[in-house]
Design a protein around this ligand. Structure first.
Ligand SMILES: NC(=O)c1ccc[n+]([C@@H]2O[C@H](COP(=O)([O-])OP(=O)(O)OC[C@H]3O[C@@H](n4cnc5c(N)ncnc54)[C@H](OP(=O)(O)O)[C@@H]3O)[C@@H](O)[C@H]2O)c1
Length: 332
């Protein structure tokens, strides 16, 4: 029998309905009984981690719990032989960090079917700069491309542009030659969004509630990371035949719209899920980020933190104040 290894994890505990995260010493015997034990070197911060850490029962039912929906590291035990011991892997989504102990611990134990092999020449920190947020941005862009989106059709809007998903979408689309309009509530973040490649940065007021059922069409296509009322307003401003990839709900899960954008302008609303999709679809996007879709500005500007900074960083997500990509480095 393999002996249990001690490790550190940032674990959230419940006390009288309040939730607090702190560093704890656990052992690998505390981890769920799955096929692959991974020594995690890096994780990535996501909005869903902030929800889990704040006790959101829609994300995490039982506490104590180690959040972290993303992890990258090295396989140290493998009951299936594939992925092999010593190989480098990326794990994102499925149940990781939700009700399965996640990447905010130095070890995770997960099913083999959740593990994507690290692309040759890539490393864990770089992969976690993208994380689920980057993967989601990539999937949003892929859906637009599959629907036939092309730069010459006109401007592409990105809402929640300064966020983790939005900022990668801005750089990726700009890199693919699109004219990107970044929609952001952070007036002080204009220079950063322009540096990522946005040709224009506009305030959230362009998506403020409007009584009119349709508005002047302005955007050929869009990536929407916020949902709610702003998404309804965005749909009214899409050019005929255009598409909107929809992945988020920071502005609310309700979508109150008419059918008019769909039946008068043939607008396509494309749902994007990065969590439960087949592993091969995730692997295809990872491969692109490790190659032609690399986002060098995102890679250079990403912030790296240690476990002792998690609390503050996660709270900023819930206040809508988080910007860019944040990587957790377990060696700090
Ligand atoms: N479908 C999937 O598989 C998937 C995967 C990952 C994430 N998501 C979802 O995608 C969304 C974005 O995730 P993220 O990691 O990018 O979060 P994030 O870093 O917190 O970014 C969200 C951004 O949205 C804007 N925002 C915040 N509150 C808002 C409000 N009330 N109204 C309008 N805009 C608001 C802010 O950008 P500005 O200040 O620039 O406007 C904020 O930075 C979340 O809902 C997350 O759950 C879904």
């Amino acid at each position: 029998m393999t002996t249990a290894t001690e490790f550190k994890a940032w674990q959230v505990r419940e006390n009288n309905g309040e939730y607090h995260g702190s560093e704890q010493t656990l052992t690998t015997a505390d981890l769920p009984d799955n096929e692959v034990l991974i020594k995690v070197s890096h994780s990535s911060l996501n909005y869903k981690d902030a929800l889990s850490a704040s006790g959101n029962k829609g994300v995490t039912r039982n506490f104590p719990h180690t959040p972290g929906i993303d992890a990258a590291g090295e396989v140290v035990e493998s009951a299936t032989g594939e992925p092999a011991v010593g190989s480098k892997v990326i794990v994102t989504g499925y149940d990781l960090g939700m009700n399965t102990a996640g990447g905010f611990g130095e070890y995770i134990r997960v099913p083999a079917s959740w593990c994507v092999a690290m692309a040759p020449g890539w490393d864990a920190r770089t992969a976690m700069i993208y994380g689920t947020a980057g993967l989601t941005a990539g999937l949003c862009v892929q859906k637009l491309l599959t629907m036939g989106a092309r730069p010459e059709q006109g401007k592409v809007a990105v809402s929640g542009a300064s966020g983790a998903v939005g900022s990668v979408a801005v750089e990726l689309l700009a890199g693919l030659g699109f004219d990107v309009v970044a929609i952001s509530g952070k007036a002080g973040h204009t220079d950063e969004l322009k540096a990522l490649g946005a040709s224009e940065v506009v305030g959230r007021d362009v998506l403020a509630a409007e009584k009119k059922p349709m508005l002047k069409p302005v955007f050929a296509n869009a990536v929407d990371t916020v949902g709610g009322q702003p998404l309804a307003e965005l749909l009214k401003q899409i050019l005929p035949g255009g598409s909107v990839s929809c992945c988020g709900l920071v502005a609310g899960p309700q979508l109150e719209t008419t059918v008019l954008p769909f039946i008068l302008r043939g607008v396509n609303l494309l749902g994007v899920d990065s969590v439960e999709i087949p592993l091969a679809e995730k692997a295809a996007i990872w491969e692109k980020f490790a190659g032609p879709w690399a986002c060098p500005k995102t890679e250079v500007t990403a912030r790296t933190i240690g476990r002792d900074q998690l609390d503050e960083a996660l709270k900023a997500f819930l206040k809508g104040e988080s910007a860019g990509k944040i990587v957790l480095d377990h060696s700090l």
